[in-house]
Design a protein around this ligand. Structure first.
Ligand code: ADP
Ligand code: ZN
Length: 602
């Protein structure tokens, strides 16, 4: 913090403390004596009182000898007669303004002001320690602390972001729009407003956002959601207003809000006090996002979070953050690319095999990989006086980072990843072997996202309004394929299959209770939930039996299908383990299955 404001503050505080002391002293030296009402009346009757000032029930007065006293009176007509009879000078203070003498108020007031000033002072100081970019005086509370980057200083482009192909693909739209908004408006396309980048820290959300600014050649305002969180109500909202004001002045421009969940949490969900302020801030953000159509160009807001689940739903409505872009952990190929990008800045021994390093670093984020290169280079300079960074340096660096990560985040062991790979392969294979009754596969991945260890995605060919029994059975078998593969391959059971069972059970229940697709119960709707009627405990048992039958039969069939196709399961599982993410075309090629058209317009 600069000397100026600090000295001013110290002076203010000192001055206030002085006033406080002086007022205390005057109070003491003035020697106000409190007397009972009865004595006051006696003194008046004896003609000893010169003058009184009444304020509500409080009375302050002077005796004829000049000494000061105070007392309290009732609202008594007889008293007034008495005062009149003894020619007392009576003045009445306005009680609505203040019923207490200023000499009482002053110490309190100065104490209050002094402590406020002190609080302010501390906040200023802690902020200027934590943030070099902020304005440095006490009058800039409501100013946003966003850092602004002009286009000429932004070096990042999409080329600086390795991997993340899908995220880049989705963000290209935004770049196009920022470059030529007229084109969008002419065609009547809805103007994008906000994009949410969702992913774990270190996977390149900030990098991507900045790359959008770099590609579109427009100013970039960067701020963290926690910068809006303040103790004083209204300050956060004022900062939001200020930020959008600044961004609009430079439109087209990008506002990047990191950790947007800090402001964007579901309203009314916080515990204890203090969320009034946050709600105001969030409301202001919503207002700004709704309103910022300017003639000069648009402001695009890019938010980043790894907690999509806690965000207020209002933020995700159309016209706000209506696009969500996943920024996942990098898979094998992406890790290799990220290593290549960062390896450019150091001198590497030609014998270093970046592919091999990528294989040895599952669960590493982009930031971890950048760090790995850096650590390796440090090792090289420290360990030996060689010119180049060797494979050995990399291995040492990897082990070090791995150790640090293990304590913080969960890195899956090779064993866990192997089981996951075969589990996902099981899901996928069941569908691949029954193409008639399942949606085409899109991709499989064992890169963890959220709580899921792996995911098998499919693309529906068209919106379906009805499902056939066969399709439903295949869905069940596909859901059970994960567990069946685990059992077949490793003969062990994992809890990971739980959510698959939820899916399978739900389908089976609906088949029995809603769609009349069971062996023995026939075309009757059984569940109240599904619009049916009450049924007897006996029927409940029969429903349970039917559901069990469907699930058990399906499981047996699934196991047999996979058993018959064990070589396919093996090759798919082990390839997935290596590549981590596989697209449909790769899978078809690997298994020698006739490729299916992914989309059909019907
Ligand atoms: P996040 O915002 O998701 O926490 P960052 O964008 O801050 O992650 O990433 C931190 C650093 O990690 C980046 O500055 C960059 O050096 C490196 N990094 C992350 N992802 C990538 C990537 N896909 N390509 C290249 N470098 C990356
Ligand atoms: Zn599963």
């Amino acid at each position: 913090m600069q000397g100026g404001p600090k000295n001013v503050l110290v002076a203010i505080v000192a001055f206030l403390v002085l006033i406080l002391l002086v007022s205390r002293l005057t109070h003491i030296t003035r020697h106000i004596k409190r007397i009972p009402y009865s004595e006051f009346i006696t003194q008046v009757e004896r003609n000893k009182v010169n003058e009184i000032r009444i304020s509500g029930h409080e009375v302050e007065g002077t005796f004829k000898d000049g000494s000061v006293f105070e007392t309290a009176v009732g609202n008594n007509q007889a008293d007034w007669e008495l005062f009149k009879k003894h020619n007392l000078v009576v003045s009445i203070a306005d009680t609505t303004a203040s019923s207490v003498s200023i000499w009482y108020l002053l110490p309190l007031l100065s104490l209050l002001v002094a402590s406020l000033a002190a609080v302010w002072f501390f906040i200023r100081q802690s902020r200027s320690n934590s943030n070099s970019g902020g304005g440095g005086n006490i009058f800039s509370m409501g100013k946003s602390r966003a850092r602004m980057f002009m286009p000429s200083t932004i070096k990042e482009t999409f080329d600086s972001v390795a991997g993340a192909t899908e995220a880049k693909e989705e963000l290209k739209d935004i770049v196009e729009f920022l470059k030529s908004p007229e084109k969008y408006q002419r065609l009547g396309a809805r103007v994008p407003r906000g994009v949410l980048l969702v992913g774990e820290p270190g996977n390149g959300k900030t990098l991507l956002a900045k790359a959008v600014a770099g590609e579109a050649n427009c100013p970039f305002f960067s701020v963290s959601g926690s910068d809006f969180i303040e103790v004083f109500v209204g300050v956060g909202a004022a900062r939001v207003r200020d930020l959008f004001e600044r961004a609009r002045q430079r439109a087209p421009s990008i506002i990047f809000i990191d950790e947007i969940d800090a402001v964007g949490r579901q309203r009314g969900s916080g515990m204890g006090g203090g969320h009034d302020e946050r709600e105001q801030t969030l409301n202001q953000l919503l207002t700004e996002m709704d309103g910022f159509q300017t003639t000069g160009g648009s402001v695009i807001v890019i938010g980043a979070t790894n907690r999509l689940d806690v965000l207020d739903k209002a933020l995700l409505r159309p016209g706000r953050f209506d696009r969500q872009v996943e920024v996942p952990f990098p898979d094998l190929m992406s890790r290799e690319e990220i290593l290549r990008v960062h390896a450019k800045s150091v001198k590497i021994d030609p014998a270093v095999d970046l592919y091999k390093i990528a294989r040895g670093t599952p669960g590493f984020t982009g930031a971890d990989l950048a760090n790995l290169i850096n650590e390796a280079a440090l090792n090289a300079t420290k360990n030996h006086s060689q010119e180049l960074v060797t494979m050995h340096d990399f291995e040492e660096a990897r082990d070090k980072i791995m150790l640090g990560k293990e304590s913080k985040t969960k890195i899956l062991t090779l064993e866990e990843r192997t089981v996951t790979a075969f589990h996902e392969a099981g899901h996928a294979l069941v569908r691949l072997l029954d193409p008639e009754n399942s949606d085409p596969l899109h991709k499989i991945t064992i890169v963890p996202r959220g709580r899921a260890l792996g995911v098998t995605h499919s693309l529906p060919e068209r919106d379906r309004y009805t499902e056939s029994k066969e399709r439903m059975l295949t869905m069940i078998r596909s859901a059970l394929g994960g567990r069946a593969a685990e059992q077949l391959k490793f003969n062990r059971l994992e809890t990971g299959a739980y959510s698959d069972f939820v899916v399978a059970t739900d389908i089976a229940r609906k088949m029995v209770c809603m769609y009349g697709m069971s062996e023995n119960l026939g075309p009757v709707v059984y569940s109240q939930q599904y619009g049916g009627y009450q049924y007897s405990p006996h029927t409940a048992e029969r429903i349970d039996t039917e559901v069990e039958n469907i699930l058990n039969t399906c499981y047996k069939q699934t196991y047999e299908i996979l058993e018959h196709n064990k070589e396919k399961l093996d090759i798919l599982g082990s390839t997935l383990l290596e590549k981590e993410t596989m697209y449909a075309s790769e899978i078809y090629e690997l298994l020698g299955i006739q490729a299916r058209q992914e989309f059909k317009f019907t």
